[in-house]
Each structure stands twice: as C-alpha cells, then as structure tokens.
Design a protein around this ligand. Structure first.
Ligand code: ZN
Length: 296
C-alpha cells in the first residue's frame, strides 16, 4: 500500500500517465520513507518525489535530492537510522520541486546545496513547470545552492570520488548525474526514470534529442556492474538505461521521419509514433505533441 501511494505521488511531476490527477493537494501525513541499502555505505530513500541517494561515512552525510518540504523530518529520521552524522551536502539532480522542495529546510539546518548553475538560476526565480503548469516559487536564500558548477565537479568524500556531471540539456537545462565512482553507483536524476515516457520540460530547456545524447554520455561513464538509482522508480542497470535510450531513439526517429514527410502535429499523433512503448491515451498524446514541438 505504501509503495503504491508513494509511486503515485512520485509520478505527479515527472510522470505523464497520472497527469490528470494533478492539482489536488497532496497529503504527506501518510507518506512513509522506505530505505533500501545499495552498498555498504549508499542507500536510497523512497517517499514521495524523486529517489534520494544517501552516502554515509566518516566524513559525513551526502544526499542527492530532498523531495518535499513536509517530508524533511521523516527523511532526517530515516537518515538518523543509518548514521549519526548530519547532512553536510545536498546535491540537486535538477530544480523541479519534487527533488528540491526540502532545500530550504536542509539549508537552514546547515547543509550546503550543490546544483548545476542553470538549476540555481531557475530556483532564484519562480518557474512554471510545463507538465502541469504548476508554479514553483523562488526559494529563499537558505534553499538556494551555495555551490554551482558548469560541466562537472568532483567531491572526495566518504572514501569515494563523487563526480557530479552535467552532460547537456535533457530533462531540463540543469540536470546533473552523481556518480559514486568507488561504490560504482550512479544517481541519474530524471534523465533516466522507470515509468513509461519521460517528462521532458521543453519550455524550460529540456530536449528529447538532448536526453538521448545525455543517456549515451551516462552509459559511457558507467559500466555493466554499476547500480543505477533512477530519478524515479526501482534500481536499474546499464542495460536498462540503454533499452530506455533505444526506445527514445526509435520514437524520435519515427517522428523525425513523419515530420520530414510534412505531417502536421495532428497527423503525427494519429500515426501513433510511440506504438509498442506506451499505451494510447491522453498522457501519450500529450507527450507526442510536446515531442513534436521539440523536434519540429
Ligand atoms: Zn523533474
């Protein structure tokens, strides 16, 4: 039951299929945080919103994403079950609120927040998320990243070289993947997710072709033995990531062919370019329309 609830809530921003459910207030009281151990020192916390990666060790606690603000106390309690060291660093995989809404709480508690420079820029002002039209208000100073980077930055922390890498526009214009080299675990944020068609925030710098390129970059960074923590959903492998990428390549190439033939947006929708990958319906149609605008 818990799993279903958090899975559904987790899809509210980044999943298309439950798009119509948006708009109703979320009740976080019933959300529980589930902890999964990935390696000796790396964990995943799942509640509502993006997967939280947690690295614990002698240096302190380093997390990737922080979900929704009303969940911060529960997240902190779940981390306290693993370590007595406070959260020193929070990486934002990107700026969408289901990954960053806890920033102000963690920032106020003394954590340093790190994000790609475009993500900080977007969090400095209000944004409209294209999937649901939701307004994401600017964060206060405490919720903004104190540390930003352009292409990549490496942390040496908890006996890991941790590479935080921006490969280019994909899900948004400020995506970062976080690769714990020694542990051989990567958190991909929403450039890789485990539900159907990925949300690509086109009006905010996301690009379908960019996502395909970024996935190739991630595949080159990791190995077949790497454990992937996706932005949403269950732990995965490089093979899963490459299958997901080839789905996107197939759909994109079908659509580029249709666009080259001069087909209109409605004609492309009618031609069902996602056939074999996504069930027909309002969510799929909406995705194709957004991809048409992106690829045209
Ligand atoms: Zn997102």
């Amino acid at each position: 039951m818990k799993r279903t609830t958090s899975a559904v809530l987790g899809l509210l921003v980044c999943g298309l299929l439950v798009y119509p459910a948006l708009g109703s207030a979320q009740n976080f009281d019933n959300v529980q945080i589930r902890t999964l151990q990935v390696t000796e020192s790396i964990y995943v916390l799942q509640g509502s919103g993006g997967n939280i990666g947690v690295s614990i060790g002698d240096d302190g606690t380093f997390i990737v994403d922080d979900q929704f603000a009303p969940l911060t106390d529960k997240i902190v309690a779940a981390i306290a079950e693993l370590t007595d060291k406070p959260v020193e660093f929070v990486v934002n995989s990107h700026w969408h609120y289901d990954h960053t809404d806890g920033n102000e709480n963690f920032g106020r508690a003394g954590a340093r927040i790190i994000a790609h420079e475009n993500s900080r820029r977007r969090m400095e002002t209000s944004q409209i998320i294209s999937l649901n039209g939701r307004l994401q208000e600017a964060y206060s100073k405490e919720g903004l990243p104190k540390i930003t980077f352009g292409e990549s930055v490496r942390f040496h922390y908890n006996d890991n070289a941790i590479d935080i890498v921006h490969f280019g526009p994909a899900h948004t214009d400020g995506d970062a993947v976080v690769f714990f080299r020694d542990a051989n675990v990567i958190h991909t944020g929403d450039v890789f997710v485990r539900y159907g068609l990925p949300f690509i925030d086109g009006p905010n710098g996301g690009q379908l072709s960019g996502m395909i390129d970024v996935l190739w970059g991630v595949a080159g960074l990791i190995s077949d033995n790497t454990t992937i923590i996706p932005g949403h959903g269950q732990l995965s492998t490089r093979t899963d990531l490459l299958e997901y990428r080839s789905m996107l390549v197939t759909i994109r190439d079908r659509m580029l062919g249709q666009i080259a033939e001069g087909m209109s947006e409605d004609e492309v929708v009618a031609a069902n370019p996602t056939q074999g990958f996504a069930p027909p319906g309002a969510g799929t149609e909406r995705w194709v329309r957004a991809a048409y605008v992106d690829l045209r």
